[in-house]
Design a protein around this ligand. Structure first.
Ligand code: NAD
Ligand code: ZN
Length: 386
């Protein structure tokens, strides 16, 4: 077999458990972080999760030095990173606590690039430069979807290109991750569903992407199993801490699995965020079943093991039946979480098709789709998803 040379690692130290945020200050001390900058967004600041963070850090007035940058936008932009890095310098901080959904985590991770190189424009980010010894970062998710906390990339929209750029470097990894279900308890059902489907999409796309990586494959399949089991419970009862914890774990597993790579759903979703402002997980949810249909048509049997991970009875089914049963299940699973298919309801119209298609085709994720897709395929998928 002609195998490409590849590298992989599953290295992030992760603290898991409801209430685990209470250990934050002790862990910061171990990391020699005495003046952390909390990076988050204005929505998160109003949540009970943020109160729990404040409790864990101690009130500033009691002599505890910690600083706050809360200007992160949904689908964050380069300026968020610039402002966050400025706040870090102003506070003479010595570490970052990235706290929130994927948007806050991505910015928290990325500001360390500008702390090391204040003059850097992110569209000039070069993987080959020296990115050693970035400021230490603790990632604490308050949504369960992106898995950015265990990822090596930050997804930031750059003004130079008006596109989502994936800044990728192993140095961006957090030093510590805290997965505390108490922090996702207050996440509203709509966001619980959409972020959960992001995790599911990561697992399905990484499992089916044609790269040899059995470790990621195993993690992806168990991530699918956990999501199918736990997400409906987390959606219907936000206080179900067992389900909340399982979803945090599934989200982290999805991101570990997509070290392998992603697929066409993500290429369709990225322009829907940059051009139409859609939330990332919602965009994935509205595209995933259509992408699965196209892939299965061209590669029958592709989704049998996904179906098995969903506990579907597809062992003896023909390839076509196994795909059909699995895709129908995933479509209904999404709908039952209140995510009604149809991009039109989110302000997407035919007039945007060309621009969306052009950006989607330039997005790298579809290059590792299970089957090759053309720009015409992407256009047809948008049309089907309208
Ligand atoms: N780096 C990666 O590997 C990676 C992977 C997938 C997605 N992403 C990126 O992550 C971003 C999406 O992240 P997301 O889906 O977590 O959404 P998000 O971070 O944009 O947050 C969505 C909304 O949820 C609110 N929120 C967050 N936690 C809450 C809580 N506990 N209670 C109430 N409200 C809360 C926020 O204030 C915000 O308004 C996108 O920019 C996407 O491109 C990154
Ligand atoms: Zn995603």
């Amino acid at each position: 077999m002609n195998q490409p040379i590849t590298t992989f690692s599953f290295p992030t130290t992760t603290l898991f458990g409801a209430g685990s945020i209470a250990e934050l200050t002790a862990r910061l001390r171990q990391m020699n972080v005495n003046r952390p900058l909390v990076v988050t967004d204005p929505g998160v600041v109003k949540t009970e999760a943020f109160n729990l963070l404040k409790q864990a850090l101690g009130e500033k007035t009691q002599g505890h030095a910690w600083y706050l940058y809360s200007g992160v936008h949904p689908n964050p932009v380069e300026n968020d990173v610039v402002e966050g890095a400025a706040a870090y310098r102003d506070g003479r901080c010595d570490g970052v606590i990235a706290f929130g959904g994927g948007s806050a985590l991505d910015v928290g991770k990325a500001i360390r690039l500008l702390i090391k190189r204040p003059d850097l424009q992110l569209d000039k980010f070069n993987y080959q430069d020296d990115w050693s010894n970035l400021a230490p970062c603790v990632c604490i998710p308050t949504t369960a979807g992106t898995g950015s906390e265990v990822g090596r990339s930050s997804v930031i929209t750059l003004p130079a290109t008006k596109r989502k750029a994936v800044l990728f470097h192993p140095a961006l990894l957090a030093k510590l991750v805290i997965l505390d279900a108490e922090l996702t308890r207050g996440l509203p059902p709509r966001l619980t569903a959409a972020t959960g489907i992001d995790a599911l999409t990561h697992c399905i796309e990484s499992f089916t992407c044609p790269v040899f990586h059995p470790m990621c494959d195993g993690i992806a399949l168990e991530g699918i199993h956990l999501t199918v089991d736990a997400l409906p419970h987390a959606y219907h009862d936000g206080n179900d801490l067992d389900a909340r914890g399982k979803m945090l774990m599934a989200a982290a597993m999805g991101a570990v699995a997509f070290q392998k790579d992603l697929g066409t759903t993500h290429s369709l979703a990225h322009p829907l965020s940059t051009l139409c402002g859609l939330h990332h997980g919602t965009a994935n949810a509205l595209c995933l079943p259509f992408v699965m249909e196209l892939n299965a048509e061209r590669k029958p049997g592709l989704y049998r093991r996904v179906g098995l991970a969903c506990d579907l009875d597809v062992v003896k089914a023909t390839d076509a039946e196994a795909d059909l049963v699995t895709i129908n299940f995933i479509r209904q699973f999404i709908i039952d979480l209140g995510l009604h298919l149809g991009l039109r309801a989110y302000g997407v119209s035919e007039t945007l098709l060309e621009a969306l298609t052009e950006q989607a085709f330039q997005d790298p994720c579809h290059r590792t789709n299970p089957v090759p897709v053309t720009a015409a395929d992407l256009r047809a998928l948008y049309l089907a998803a309208l």
